[in-house]
Design a protein around this ligand. Structure first.
Ligand code: NAD
Ligand code: IPM
Ligand code: MN
Length: 355
């Protein structure tokens, strides 16, 4: 029997609520597909600060590195917002990403036919939309030095080396080759030197991928185009901060940020996480949408464990549950037959995955 070790980081806010539902679904499909998953929980974020004094306790990185894959919920909350930056929950997450070297953050935004009325955009604008945002995750302005804030002057540095751009660019071209062979590189090359290097490097790389149609777009236009006509995009490749913003934008093409999963990968253990945060405004109410996290678990089965069949079972279950009109509160005004709590949604998806 195949057995995998999974590290679990639940985090803060709705994190524990949504991760528990993903585990419920994983246990159901693994049972049906003859493999087992052993989970080990690690602390990160606000809960880690409360329990250990730091956002990324020393056991967490080695624990994740020793596992086959990591499933992560979300971190953060107002309670910790006034701590010094290096002690904030977000710094724990950034350090984890850096230490694991997960430079490629894949954020698929796929419009479910069943939810075509759920977007704030018109159905004809979004139907059939299938975008893969490839976001660089361990460089750019998030990590650039120098950075400081002395109360009178504050600055950050947006920096990319050519090697970092080549590394993420290759991933994006490879994805484009497996899809519709259209890659849009998003930058701000009309203003920023770092974006000029980004653009020049993408053009250089494109010579190795003659079948892929490479286009370029400034990030301000890209944000507008995502809302105007999202179907023009196949794969988008962009830097850390632009990818953060554009993927939240793309989530509203799909209908709710509670639907968008992601995979953060590099050369070591990969992390699977919803793109949303800890949603403090709805935490503890049992109304969070667990689908983004459950779909992240499906990506984990597909990309890290090679358990394609189990991954398909989850993805199909999500589609069928939506088709049958089950909705969490975020989507309750769109063709809902029944509005479910977070745990009920997890249970229905688990049930459908083996039906
Ligand atoms: P957020 O993504 O947590 O929430 C934005 C809005 O979307 C809120 O109204 C929230 O209720 C809603 N939402 C998010 N996930 C949902 C879900 N699964 N189901 C239903 N509704 C959902 O972003 P924010 O409010 O800007 O940030 C809150 C905290 O989360 C901050 O501390 C931030 O730093 C942190 N954060 C963490 C991550 C992460 O852990 N990866 C990502 C983004 C933000
Ligand atoms: C995300 C989040 C994080 C990011 C924050 C919490 C550090 O917004 O995962 O999208 O900006 O990468
Ligand atoms: Mn974000």
């Amino acid at each position: 029997m195949r057995n995998y070790n999974i590290s679990i980081i639940k985090g803060d806010g709705i994190g524990p609520e949504i991760v528990d539902e993903a585990i419920k679904v994983l246990d159901t499909v693994s049972g049906a597909c003859d493999f087992t998953l052993d989970y080990k929980e690690y602390l990160m974020g606000g809960i880690a600060i409360d329990e250990t004094g730091v956002p990324l306790p020393p056991e967490t990185v080695p624990g994740v590195l020793a596992s086959d894959a990591c499933l992560f919920g979300a971190i953060g909350g107002e309670k910790w917002d006034n701590l010094p930056r290096e002690l904030r929950p977000e710094s724990g997450l950034l350090k984890l990403r850096e230490e694991l070297g997960v430079y490629a953050n894949l954020r698929p935004a796929i419009v479910y036919d069943e939810l075509v009325n759920a977007s704030t955009l018109k159905p004809e604008v979004i139907q059939g939309c299938d975008i893969m945002v490839v976001r660089e995750l361990i460089g750019g302005i998030y990590f650039g030095q120098p950075r400081a804030n002395d109360g009178n002057k504050a600055y950050n540095t947006m920096v990319y080396t050519k090697d970092e751009i080549i590394r993420i660019g290759k991933q994006a071209f490879e994805f484009a080759m497996k899809r519709d062979k259209r890659l849009c590189s998003v930058d701000k090359a009309n203003v920023l030197e770092v974006s000029q290097l980004w653009r020049d490097t993408m053009i250089e790389l494109s010579k190795d991928y003659p079948e892929v149609e490479l286009t370029h777009m400034y990030v301000d236009n890209a944000a507008m185009q995502l809302v105007r006509n999202p179907k023009q995009f196949d794969v988008i490749v962009t830097g850390n901060i632009f990818g953060d913003i554009l993927s939240d934008t793309a989530s509203m093409v799909v209908g709710s940020i509670g639907l968008l999963p992601s995979a953060s990968s590099g050369d070591k253990t990969a992390v699977y996480e919803p793109i949303h945060g800890s949603a403090p405004d709805i935490a503890g109410q049992g109304i969070a949408n667990p689908i983004a996290t459950i779909e992240s678990a499906a990506m984990m089965l597909r990309y890290s464990l090679g358990e394609e069949k189990a991954a398909d079972m989850i993805t199909n279950a999500i589609k069928n549950v939506l088709k049958d009109g089950y909705r969490t509160k975020d989507l309750s005004s769109f063709d809902a037959k029944e509005v479910l709590s977070t745990t009920e949604m997890g249970s229905v998806i688990a049930e459908y995955s083996v039906k």
